[in-house]
Design a protein around this ligand. Structure first.
Ligand code: DHE
Length: 549
């Protein structure tokens, strides 16, 4: 397996469910309960992230039985074996699934999908633990760590995060979390760190403890990707919010204890066709700096929700019609505008968080924009811009973000140019840096996926002149000879003088973090340690807390 397979969706907790075969239809392929259970497990581990638990389609095509039965067993069997250039992996020829497993999956898809269980308040309360009560926590910071420059590093396959000192590169502690932690976010005060696993387990870590560790935890669903905390003045640290893939819902929790306060289902109608969708998953969630609101991407129905958290009993929500398949995104440099990718539609959606409405929807011109939180900088000709790279091709697109100073360029793609290759996941800069970094993590070529493109911002020019690329061989610098490590997610230190990259190898092989001097683009340090198993996302406390990117 390893990194390349990891981006393929996995729904591990759901894979454990022992669903019964739903009612048979005439002509169903014969399948034993044992085979059905195995098919369900494979489907949740490999297929559901793209096709959806109920197979209604998202990044991948719909696989409902009206379609699979019309296409038939042989078509499915060959599609699963060979994949397609549009993004379906070649599960058979890559060896990820055996011939018998491909046969099983082709038959499995001719049957109705099982309906996985819900996860409501009783389940959440049963899983909720306050490990250290608020009154028993430190009254002041008890350690001498420079918390602002701490990095929370996902150790994906270990189900842990490492807290690494950004000044000394020392691994200060490793904390057990949920399965395959997806992201870390920091409370507005900078004291609490929240992490969420794919298994929807949230762990809250107190950075003021002598040795920071968990003070509360809860499981908010069966599959999840996002977590955030309230940041508006007067509400700092008051609430935490987590978004689920399954069941499709979000939950607002007490920011001190993770007590679940309000669960809101996202099931409903697709924004344009007004057709009911049973599985609209919650993708990125951001806290507004302009209003006491959470900004929530609802993927399949194409809506951005602005949820006002001032009165949870009389919840006010602004529902913005946006575009389907909303995924990740971030704020512009003024923090007023939220720019997010409708990735399978090749578009960026811009939300004005001050006015609480849609500002624009713009095509990027590339395939499958995947910005992470994106990158803000001032272009020499076009003024303030925000950048995204693409999963489906090698392009980087810059969108104008200054409606006041550059009204004619606002929310238009002002320039696009090539980086190293397709398969990019993340792009990054910092207000104190003159460089824009673009990874190519999922590129099939080992050298490309082990390298990073760098562009000098002050040398960027007119749209018809491509900026010069400097290629940094990050993987080579890590000095790892075994496996095919991929370089993923640039993240700056708090001062904006260094940029960190994960060199992500298979879980039984050596991985590393490579630190680069941002001014000279020279190698500064390689962090290697047996505990650094499959590092992926890295979250600098100061930058994450202030939405600096
Ligand atoms: Fe992610 C962010 C979903 C695969 C590493 N990922 C996000 C966000 C979502 C998401 C919705 C935005 C959260 C937010 O801001 O609130 N990711 C998904 C998927 O659905 C997908 C495609 C498949 C899956 O089944 O999970 C997927 N992601 C991956 C990976 O394979 C990565 C590289 C490694 C891993 O851990 O699995 C990965 N995703 C990340 C990282 C971020 C992220 C590091 C945060 C980036 C940031 O700078 O904030």
């Amino acid at each position: 397996d390893g990194p390349a397979a990891a981006y393929q969706p996995s729904m591990t907790t759901l894979a454990e469910i022992n669903a019964e075969i739903p009612g048979r239809k005439p002509g169903d392929p014969v399948m034993t309960q044992e085979e059905f259970t195995q098919g369900t497990k494979i489907f949740f581990e490999r297929c559901a992230g793209c096709h959806g638990v109920l197979r209604k389609g998202a990044t991948g095509k719909p696989l409902t039985t009206d379609i699979t039965r019309a296409n038939g067993y042989e078509y499915l069997q060959s599609f699963i074996t060979y994949g397609s250039p549009a993004g379906m992996p070649n599960w058979g020829t890559s060896g990820a699934l055996s011939e018998a497993e491909v046969d099983l999956m082709a038959r499995y898809l001719l049957l109705e999908p099982p309906a996985p269980p819900e996860w409501g308040m009783p389940d959440m309360l049963a899983s909720w633990k306050v490990i250290v009560k608020p009154e028993d926590r430190p009254k002041e910071k008890l350690n001498d760590w420079n918390i602002d420059n701490l990095f929370s590093v996902t150790l994906r396959d270990a189900g842990q995060v490492a807290l690494i000192d950004g000044d000394t590169y020392e691994i200060k502690t490793v904390i057990d979390t949920g399965y395959a932690v997806h992201i870390s976010r920091i409370s507005a005060s900078g004291r609490y760190l929240f992490v969420i696993g794919r298994d929807a387990k949230v762990v809250m870590i107190d950075l003021w403890m002598e040795i920071p560790g968990p003070v509360a935890e809860i499981k908010v669903g069966m599959e999840a990707r996002s977590i955030e905390t309230s940041k508006f003045e007067g509400y700092e640290d008051r609430y935490a919010i987590a978004g689920d893939y399954w069941p499709p819902q979000f939950v607002i929790m007490d920011g001190d204890t993770l007590e679940p306060l309000k669960i809101v289902s996202t099931r409903g109608n697709i924004y344009d066709e007004q057709i009911y969708h049973p599985e609209p998953r919650v993708a990125a969630i951001l806290a507004s700096h302009y209003r006491p609101e959470f900004i929530i991407n609802v993927k399949e129905t194409g809506k951005v929700l602005l949820v006002d958290y001032t009165d949870l009993k009389n919840l006010k929500t602004t529902e913005i019609e946006a575009e389907r398949f909303l995924h990740d995104g971030g704020l512009d440099s003024t923090k007023r505008y939220f720019i997010t990718a409708a990735n399978a539609r090749g578009k960026l959606v811009v939300i004005d968080t001050k006015e609480g409405k849609l500002a624009a929807i713009t095509e990027t011109g590339g395939q499958t924009p995947h910005p992470g939180r994106g990158a803000n900088f001032v272009h020499p000709l076009f003024g303030p811009v925000w950048a995204t790279s693409h999963l489906g091709d090698e392009s980087v697109a810059l969108i104008g973000t200054d409606p006041e100073g550059h009204p004619d360029l606002a929310w238009k793609i002002v320039d696009s140019f090539y980086a190293l290759g397709g398969g990019s996941l993340f792009i990054k800069t910092h207000p104190n840096s003159n460089h824009l970094y673009v990874d190519a993590t999922l590129n099939p070529d080992a050298e490309t996926s082990g390298s990073v493109a760098v562009f000098s911002i002050d040398k960027m020019g007119a749209a018809d002149v491509d900026p010069e690329i400097v290629t940094l061989p990050i993987g080579e610098w890590a000095g790892i000879t075994d496996g095919q490590p991929r370089v993923v997610q640039p993240e700056f230190n708090s001062a904006g003088t260094e940029v960190w990259f994960s060199v992500w190898n298979a879980k039984d092989k050596v991985s590393a973090i490579v630190v680069v001097d941002d001014k000279t683009l020279e190698l500064k340090a390689v962090i290697k340690d047996p505990r650094l198993i499959t590092p992926t996302g890295k979250f600098n406390v100061f930058n994450t807390r202030g939405d600096i990117y």
